[in-house]
Design a protein around this ligand. Structure first.
Ligand code: MLC
Ligand code: AMP
Length: 493
C-alpha cells in the first residue's frame, strides 16, 4: 500500500479535508478510496500499471480517486479542468488510458468521447457499487502518476513519477518545512501540476494535517478563509501573491488590519513555480508580517532548492538543496562551474522522475552522464545560496506559474489560414511573470479577437497570446532560424 495511505490509518479520526462546507476524516478518505479501488478493479486483482485518467474537482472526491487508483495498482493521470477537448484527448491518447473517472459536470465534455472510443467512464456518485475487493500490494518502485509538461518540443511530454519519487519529494519537504499534524493548509492551485499535488495536498495528508479546498482562486474568498483563523500554512505562485496584494490594497483599512493580524499568526508561507519579484516579497511582508519562503522545483524533480525554514530567507534567491537532493551547476562542456559563475542546474536523487512516457530518446537526452537531470535552468551560487538566472531555452515561457511551450503555440498558429509565419515569445510582466506574445506575418487583415477565440477552442486559455503584433517579416539568422531575442524589442515600438 502506498505509504501516504498507510499513514492515514494512524489518524483515522482526524479531519483530513474541508470541502464545500463539509468535513471528512482520514477514515472517510480510506473508505472512499477503497470503494473507488474496488470499482476500478471490478473482477481484476491488480490494475497492473494501467493508466486511469481523472477529471475531478479539487476536494474530497479528487483525493479519493487519486488514492483509489493507487490502491488498485493503477497510474493516476490528472486532467486539467479547464483544457479544451483537443488538449484532453492528447493526454488520453498519449497515456492510452482506457478508464476515465469524472465529476458529473464533466460528462458533457468527455462523455461522448469516452463512448465513441470504447473507454470505461466512471462518473463520481454514479459508480456501480461492487463488493469490497482485496487490494493488491503496491510497491514503491511502481509508477504512481503521469503529469504533462510543456518543454522544448512542440507537444507536451508525460512525466512518469514512481511512488518512490513522490515519497522522497514529500519526506524532503516535510522535514525541511517542519510539517506536522497540527498544520492546516488551504489549496487554491490546479491539481494537474506538482505544486498543488505534492507540495500542498500530499504533504499535508502525509503528515495528518488538515486541508481546506477552495475550488477556484478568488482573493476575496481566500481572505475570508484566512480570517476564520484556522489555516496556518499557505503556498502559491507569485501571480497569486500579486493578485492578493492588489486586492488587499483596495480594502478598507479595518479589513486590511484584520487580515494582517490573521496572517501574522501563520506558521509558514511559501512561494514558487516562477521567480518571486522582490517587490512582491516586500509588499507581502508589509501585509502579512511574513518573509515568503521561496523555493525552486520542476515537474520532473519535485522540489530541489529551498530557502530555509529557520535562517535567512534571501530575496531573489531560491536557497539551498533540500534533504536527499544533489544539485550541481555545469557549463556547456559539462564541467562544474566555480562559485559565482553561472551554470545549468543539474539534479540527482530519488526524487527525480523515471522517464518521459513513450519517449526513450527525450528521456536519454534529459540526463547528463552520471544520471544528472538537466533542468534547462541557469543559476549561480552566491554565498551558499542559489540564484536563478534564466533558462537555456528561449522557447519556454512561464506565465501565472504555468510552463508554456512557444513552439506548441506557433504550431497551432501556423494552422490558421491567414497566418504565414509567426514567433511566440514571453514578455516580462509584473503580474504574470511573463505574458505570451505572438508576432505574426500575414498578408491579410487579421482580427485578433477572432484569432483569440479560434485559439481558445484549440489550446488552454492560459497559453493564448495576450499580445499580438503584425510584422512584415521575422528577424532570421543566416540559417533561417528566427532570432527570438530580436523579436522582443519589436513589441516596444
Ligand atoms: C489567465 N489569464 C491570463 C493568464 N491566465 N492573462 C494573462 N496571462 C495568463 N497567463 C486571464 C484570463 O484569460 C482571464 O481573463 C483572467 O485572467 C482570469 O482568468 P482565470 O483563469 O480565472 O485566472 P485566475 O483564476 O485568476 O488564474 C490565475 C492563477 C492561475 C494565477 C490562479 O493562473 C493559476 O492557478 N496558476 C498556477 C499554475 C500552477 O499551479 N503552476 C505550477 C506548475 S508546477 P478574461 O479576460 O478571459 O476574463 C511547477 C513546479 C514548481 O511550476 O516549481 O512548482
Ligand atoms: P514546471 O515544468 O511547470 O514544473 O515548471 C518548472 C520550471 O519553473 C522550472 O524549470 C523553472 O524554470 C521554474 N521555476 C520554478 N520555481 C522557480 C523559482 N522559484 N524561480 C524561478 N523559476 C522557477
Amino acid at each position: 500500500m502506498p505509504a501516504i495511505i498507510r499513514h492515514a490509518a494512524d489518524h483515522r479520526e482526524r479531519i483530513a479535508i474541508h470541502d464545500e462546507g463539509l468535513s471528512y476524516t482520514y477514515g472517510d478518505l480510506l473508505g472512499a478510496s477503497h470503494d473507488l479501488a474496488s470499482a476500478l478493479l471490478a473482477d481484476q486483482e491488480d490494475l497492473g500499471g494501467t493508466c486511469v485518467a481523472f477529471m475531478v474537482d479539487p476536494g474530497f472526491g479528487y483525493v479519493s480517486v487519486q488514492w483509489g487508483i493507487w490502491r488498485a495498482g493503477g497510474i493516476a493521470v490528472p486532467l486539467c479542468l479547464t483544457h479544451p477537448l483537443p488538449s484532453l484527448t492528447y493526454v488520453l491518447e498519449d497515456t492510452r488510458a482506457d478508464v476515465i473517472v469524472i465529476s458529473p459536470r464533466f460528462e458533457s465534455i468527455l462523455g461522448e468521447y469516452a463512448r465513441n472510443n470504447d473507454l470505461r467512464l466512471i462518473v463520481l456518485g454514479q459508480e456501480r457499487m461492487v463488493d469490497a475487493a482485496d487490494l493488491p500490494e503496491v510497491g514503491a518502485e511502481r509508477d504512481a502518476m503521469i503529469l504533462y509538461t510543456s518543454g522544448t518540443t512542440s507537444k507536451p511530454k508525460g512525466v512518469v513519477l514512481t511512488h518512490e519519487n513522490l515519497e522522497t519529494q514529500i519526506t524532503a519537504l516535510s522535514e525541511a518545512w517542519g510539517w506536522s499534524a497540527m498544520d492546516h493548509i488551504v489549496n487554491v492551485l490546479p491539481l494537474h501540476h506538482i505544486h498543488g499535488i505534492v507540495n500542498v495536498v500530499s504533504c499535508s495528508l502525509w503528515n495528518g494535517a488538515t486541508l481546506t479546498f477552495l475550488r477556484q482562486f478568488s482573493a476575496d474568498r481566500l481572505f475570508d478563509i484566512f480570517l476564520e483563523g484556522r489555516v496556518n500554512v499557505f503556498m502559491a505562485v507569485p501571480t497569486i501573491y500579486f493578485k492578493l496584494i492588489a486586492h488587499w490594497k483596495l480594502l478598507p483599512a479595518e479589513r486590511q488590519m484584520e487580515i494582517h493580524d490573521a496572517l501574522s499568526a501563520f506558521r509558514l508561507m511559501v512561494c514558487g513555480s516562477a521567480a518571486l519579484p522582490v517587490s512582491v516579497m516586500e509588499d507581502w511582508h508589509r501585509i502579512s508580517g511574513h518573509r515568503l519562503l521561496e523555493r525552486y522545483g520542476m515537474t520532473e524533480i519535485g522540489m530541489a532548492l529551498s530557502n530555509p525554514l529557520a535562517g535567512e530567507r534571501r530575496a531573489g534567491s531560491v536557497g539551498l538543496p533540500l534533504p536527499g537532493v544533489s544539485v550541481r551547476l555545469v557549463d556547456e562542456s559539462g564541467g562544474e562551474v566555480a562559485d559565482g559563475e553561472p551554470g545549468e542546474i543539474q539534479v540527482k536523487g530519488r526524487n527525480v522522475f523515471r522517464c518521459y512516457l513513450h519517449r526513450p530518446e527525450a528521456t536519454e537526452e534529459a540526463f547528463a552522464p552520471g544520471g544528472w537531470f538537466r533542468t534547462g535552468d541557469m543559476a549561480v551560487l552566491e554565498d551558499g545560496y542559489y540564484r536563478i538566472m534564466g533558462r537555456t531555452s528561449v522557447d519556454i515561457i512561464k506565465s501565472g506559474g504555468y510552463k508554456i511551450s512557444a513552439l506548441e503555440i506557433e504550431e497551432v498558429l501556423r494552422e490558421h489560414p491567414s497566418i504565414e509565419d509567426c514567433a511566440v515569445i514571453g514578455l516580462p510582466d509584473e503580474e504574470w511573470g511573463e505574458l505570451v506574445a505572438a508576432a505574426v506575418v500575414s498578408h491579410a487583415d487579421i482580427d485578433f479577437s477572432a484569432l483569440t477565440a479560434w485559439l481558445r477552442d484549440r489550446i488552454p486559455a492560459y497559453r493564448v497570446p495576450r499580445r499580438y503584433l503584425r510584422v512584415e517579416q521575422l528577424p532570421r539568422n543566416a540559417m533561417g532560424k528566427v532570432m527570438k531575442p530580436e523579436v522582443r524589442p519589436l513589441f516596444d515600438a
